[in-house]
Design a protein around this ligand. Structure first.
Ligand SMILES: Nc1ncnc2c1ncn2[C@@H]1O[C@H](COP(=O)(O)OP(=O)(O)OP(=O)(O)O)[C@@H](O)[C@H]1O
Length: 226
């Protein structure tokens, strides 16, 4: 079964057609890079795919569930979808571990269990030693790892990453991509927005958007990039 499927999706903002009939499916274990010029609809595609934004027309399904029919979309998002945003959105008054625990606690997982899970996933992303620190005490790369840990916790099957390598140096960016790739190889589906051909080289498939439409889709998976 595909993890996420978009069928003939449009998204209009007033006169602006951010997406014009996009169809896309991402399977378990597949990393799809989304590329295209600024304003081509990449972030809109990601938001619609993850149920953060609703399409004007067309259908979005996550693990077979039509998002238009899901009663508790927030709960589905918390259990199935992990987001890594450009601006990270870490909560400044919470430590790294508490930030990672939060989505699990919102799902009713006991604090002690949520903490154990958070510490395990922070260790997995190489941020175990900063678990007790607040976001402002972390470097950009550490913050990004914490944000990724928060997206991974709870074994969510769909990961959406919008320029997760942002302003990071190449070595740190490669490590972040490696983390996404590892989760993907373990069965998650990943949609990655990137401007960098270097990072698209980690993908199984690259989808190019222009003016809200997919203009090209190509298999890549350059083994030499890894
Ligand atoms: N809330 C909104 N209201 C009005 N227009 C919007 C809104 N969100 C996006 N748009 C417009 O939709 C189009 C697609 O925007 P989107 O952010 O998806 O592009 P993008 O490819 O992610 O761009 P970038 O690479 O610069 O982040 C743009 O023309 C943008 O101005």
């Amino acid at each position: 079964m595909t993890v996420v499927s978009l069928r003939d999706v449009t998204r209009e903002h007033g006169q602006v057609q951010a997406l014009k009939g996009v169809s896309l499916e991402v399977a378990p274990g597949e990393l799809v890079a989304v590329m295209g010029p600024s304003g081509s609809g990449k972030s809109t595609l990601l938001n619609v795919a993850g149920g953060l934004d609703r399409p004007t027309s067309g259908t979005v399904t996550i693990e077979g569930e039509d998002l238009a029919r899901v009663k508790d979309l927030a709960a589905l998002r918390r259990t199935s979808v992990g987001y890594v945003f450009q601006d990270l959105n870490l909560i400044p008054s919470l430590t790294a571990a508490e930030n990672v625990m939060l989505p699990r606690e919102l799902d009713g997982v006991r604090s002690a269990t949520a903490r154990e899970e958070a510490l395990a996933v922070l260790a997995e992303v190489g941020a175990g030693e900063v678990a007790g620190r607040f976001p402002e005490e972390l470097s950009g790369g550490q913050r990004q790892r914490v944000a990724i840990a928060r997206a991974l916790v709870g074994e969510r099957r769909l990961l959406l990453a919008d320029e997760p390598t942002g302003a990071l140096d190449t070595a740190t960016g490669d490590e972040i991509l490696q983390l996404l790739r590892t989760r993907c190889d373990a069965g998650a589906a990943v949609l990655l927005v990137t401007h960098e051909p270097r990072y698209a080289g980690w993908a199984d498939r690259v989808v190019y958007l222009r003016d809200g439409a997919i203009v090209e889709s190509s298999a890549v998976r350059l083994e030499s990039a890894r």
